[in-house]
Design a protein around this ligand. Structure first.
Ligand SMILES: [Zn+2]
Length: 166
């Protein structure tokens, strides 16, 4: 998710570019690639580049009820300012950004969105992911998606006597 922003860094404050994103990204670094798509806007600020992105990120989650893995889209609204570490005209190093965790634009003027997407995606994962709203849980977790047979019509012996009484 890299973009060369050299031209934008040379442009006056307030200049902006818009990009449409559509690429396969291994967001969590676990070997599972999902599609990231949406719009990204780069705005030249006094200090660097403000990124505003509205993205849908396809990830693989584990259902908290049936424990099956399923694929879903996380919706992210990213807004982060990226600071250049090198002067775009001279290549001279710029003073380090003091804010901890601040995002930077590298010495080749590449702005990499991957880390921001990863951080926002982690925050967007629901506490209890569900493969579907009405997931009935483990009982339905067999191959066919059909309910496990409840020992076909068998009656709990504790109730058997009552059944006879009727
Ligand atoms: Zn489920």
């Amino acid at each position: 998710m890299q973009t060369n922003v050299a031209q934008l860094l040379k442009a006056p404050t307030g200049s902006f570019r818009r990009h449409e994103v559509k690429e396969e990204v291994d967001v969590f670094g676990d070997g599972h690639y999902g599609q990231v798509r949406g719009d990204v806007e780069f705005l030249r600020t006094q200090r660097g580049v403000l990124v505003r992105a509205t993205l849908l990120v396809e990830v693989e989650l584990t259902c908290s009820r049936c424990l099956r893995t399923f694929t879903t889209d996380l919706s992210l609204d990213i807004e982060e300012e990226y600071m250049p570490i090198a002067d775009v005209d001279t290549g001279a190093p710029l003073p380090a950004v003091e804010e901890p965790g601040a995002f930077t634009i590298d010495e080749r003027h590449i702005l990499d969105l991957t880390e921001a997407v990863r951080q926002y995606a982690i925050m967007a994962i629901p506490m209890k992911p569900l493969c579907r709203e009405d997931c009935p849980g483990m009982r339905y977790a067999n191959e066919s998606g059909e309910p496990e047979a409840d020992a076909a019509g068998a009656v709990d012996p504790r109730w058997a006597r009552l059944t006879k009484l009727q």
